[in-house]
Design a binder for this molecule. Sequence first.
Ligand code: CMC
Length: 426
Amino acid sequence: MKNSITITDNRTNNSYEFEIKDATRGPSVVDISSFYAQTGMFTYDNGFTSTASCTSDITFIDGNKGELRYRGIEIEELATEHSFLAVCYLLLNSKLPNEEELLDFDLELRHRSLLHENLRHLFQAFPSGAHPMATLSAATAALATFYYDHLNISDESDYQEMARRIIAKMPTIAAFAYRHSIGAPFIHPDIDRGFAENFLYMLRAYPGGKMHRGIYGEYTIKEIEIKALDTIFTLHADHEQNASTTTVRGVASTGAHPYVAISAGISALWGRAHGGANESVIQQLEMIGSIENVDKFIARAKDPDDDFRLMGFGHRVYKNFDPRAKVLKGLQEQLKDELKLDSNLMQIANKIEEIALNDEYFISRKLYPNIDFYSGVILTALKIPTSMFTPIFVIGRTVGWITQWIEFKKTKGMKITRPRQLYIGK
Ligand code: CMC
């Protein structure tokens, strides 16, 4: 006998039965796809706090324990023992690569990192000063015009090629979006540099490939900077059915081109309740200005009549320490030691964290620092321009979006995303 749940309408005493489907980990679901047909009513779930929109075997989160796994492997292990490219390979192929597979994957991504010359001209259409996230979203959608044939793919090797192409090009588009925003000439990717290093190079180099004076007085990109950025990419690589991934799947459900689905994901990510929080964290820390002001802003965050929220705190799913934040906290300590960094912003951030973790308001609501709280501080310490924080989230998340897009396409019987409403108009 199948497990089921029975709902009784107390107006009519009619009962309706719905099947319970079990997960391999985490909560089971009640299959309510026949709810309307059986009861003539819709279900209502503001913000989808109780809704599973798909089946998936990519990423698992246990928000109460503070656990995150990609393809069954814990994030702590992936972030400390594997490179971001190995993690990309894992997400796309459901297994970690061996040495040769990783080398091939890396080489292919390096080769695919160039943009078509015509796409380069697109950037000129945007005003200088444009936020890189807006340019990034537009240029990603424009990629669909160059790879229109990706619209009708259905076999595994085409899926994989389409995915590798977008993952490889995203750092280049992001770097071009930044260079355009400050009126600087574009720096093309350097085939001799790895993924994270190449991105830093395209952000910082002068024409001809010369590096300008680095943040530590040398002309090179430091190994620790590459390692920090690579870890940040890994921590952002996927996160189950969050707002931007749900957007990507929604666009996938209509049959649109995969790259416009990714572009829609980028737009959804930009908001400060989602990926845009990393930029807002720094703006907020700068506004707070000094340790003496922290109490005042904590009081504002707690005031129900004040819209002010502590950016980088709270999460829909994590009701415990965000495991990604834990890894970043460790990285922050490492950077502090190795680079002798102890910025004013870091001190304010540490003070906020200390107060919030011991304050009844935050404890009772299970509000912990999330990934964006630390990534903003670390990226600032690495002298990454603030406007590039959310694009960096995009570079990391692209693999997750495209893996989820492929899973959607491969899952039999997926329908167009089309919710209903509780009509309250005339
Ligand atoms: N500062 C102060 N109070 C907060 C905060 C915060 N950052 N976050 C939630 N609360 C309070 C909120 O006022 C509410 O209190 P009450 O029950 O008294 O009305 C309670 O906590 C529950 O909040 P909610 O808005 O119902 O929770 P949610 O699950 O809908 O929202 C969130 C989650 C991330 C949007 C929210 O915590 C938030 O706005 N945080 C700040 C923005 C942020 O850091 N976003 C990045 C999330 S991590 C990156 C990613 O994966 O996207």
